[in-house]
Design a protein around this ligand. Sequence first.
Ligand code: ADP
Ligand code: MG
Length: 624
Amino acid sequence: MALLQLAEPGQSAAPHQHRLAAGIDLGTTNSLVATVRSGRAETLPDEQGRHLLPSVVRYLEDGAIAVGEGAKAAAADDPLNSIASVKRLIGRGIGEIAALGSRLPYEFVAVESAVPRIRTRRGEVSPVEVSAEILRVLARRAEAALGGELAGVVITVPAYFDEPQRQATKDAARLAGLKVFRLLSEPTAAAVAYGLDQGAEGLHAVYDLGGGTFDISILRLRRGVFEVLASGGDSALGGDDFDRALARWIMTLAGIEDDADHRVLRRLMRDACAAKEQLSAVERVPLRIERGDGTIWESELTRATFESLIDPLIARTLAGCRRALRDAGVRAAEVADVVLVGGATRVPLVRRRVAELFAGEPLAGIDPERVVAIGAALQADLLAGNRPADEMLLLDVIPLSLGVETMGGLVERIIPRNSVIPAARAQEFTTFKDGQTAMAIHVLQGERDLVSDCRSLARFDLRGIPPMVAGAARIRILFEVDADGLLNVTATETRTGVRAEVSVKPSYGLTDGEIETMLRDSLAHAGEDLAARRLREEQVEARRSVEALRAALARDGEALLSAGERARLEAALTEVGRIAAGADAEAIRSAVAGLEQTCGFYVERRMNRAIHDAMAGRRVEDFE
Ligand code: ADP
Ligand code: MG
């Protein structure tokens, strides 16, 4: 019961039809959905051509639910039933929410289950349910654009999201009826959108300034995988604070008091936001502000003035960057690329300051509001299996090779280390002995050639192989690693369809340190392994020749050979067996070659006999 390599049919993974997939950036302020169409990743607009969906959900009087622009516009008039920034709440306990402070206008219901709910006219709703409404709208948009049901989605989450926050995000997707291929961290998605995963190994920073949050992540691309070395930021700092700083400045100059009519203040905030956004493109904007007493205050705002108002806020983000660099143990100059993410990075001063800190122009070629969704769409397309293997993103890889044990205690690698997951590869094997009806499959992980030097993951038997001569059975062994790193091994006898399978979690229990050690060992022992492999291969070859000859002798030895000839061949077989038990690969090789010579006459006789048998009873014409 063992394996013998037969043929390598190459990469398997049967081609399957295009599956619909989408990437979703579930943002605090705005959310987006993107897909890959004709090879290009792009965000999808609503019927009015708007790509950004404000992350606001409003429960209306008539029981309807509004999501997006409409809900946002009504939020100020109906704050208790319009839930904005629900991302700040998802996956959090009531204690953590209380710590978020007074910026949340909702009424919370603390329940025993620790999952806080928000009281609305619709009843109590959980952050998961609110998020599901946003996801539903985006999924519908994607399905309308693609013309079919989504096979799955990739949803992005901040790098710092913990397990409960990730789980809650997944729950929201499930509630919206979506299959989540996987959650992807936002900075990784942004880096993927720029194709950094396909570039050289090195350090990258992702600077994300959104509406209400600032996130900085230091990533290291190594062996094709982005590792988050450090993440930091400020959950109460974003473009909205630029609006507030500007509004404050206007109030002082225009003489508007803090206790002015709330409609006046709301208008002011809207005007401030609009002025800020315009100033990203032009040098000066006119201001026309209603004072509330029927008079209008008119002025002009230059970019320089605006910059002086927001510079202290930007300085705080830079302090956050320095802290993250320190946490990661790297210097700013070592960072190869800085990716800009978030609408507020459109502000020219933000770009300048970031360029100064990292001593180089940041990457901003892709719309910073859409870049995360675009990266998620690329990943979703990949996970749906729509791209050929050589175009695959090196995002998550198999840290150590996966293979099976073959004859002689050798490891045959089926999925090499650093293969992108999900991965599927098959290889064909055959039986070693005549009439062999079972095969032991030993699944291994590691870079070394000998089974004893690799890590054993699983063993299972394939039974019920119909008895056949050695080498006639075709056993296809398929290794599949899914997006979560789960390995499934299937062995199938292809003629009869007899199969057996096993699932293992290959990386389970292995720390990065252990992986490192295993890799180093394989390099250190490369020469030694080569010699060991050669010896084992010669031994296997010798045993196979001996087995084949023995089987032949048992079948027709008496009919074709004299007693003396048989004795001579038996003696030669014993001698080869003796040499093969030793450790001299070269001696074994020449013994096998000698055996072939010795039994040459016998092989000739068998061939003639086979031809004779085949032709018996047929006319010569049949063979022409
Ligand atoms: P989030 O990640 O929190 O959902 P976004 O990335 O969508 O947020 O960023 C929203 C912020 O970007 C808002 O404060 C918005 O005013 C700001 N913003 C959008 N466009 C511009 C622009 N052209 N100039 C300056 N700020 C902008
Ligand atoms: Mg964002």
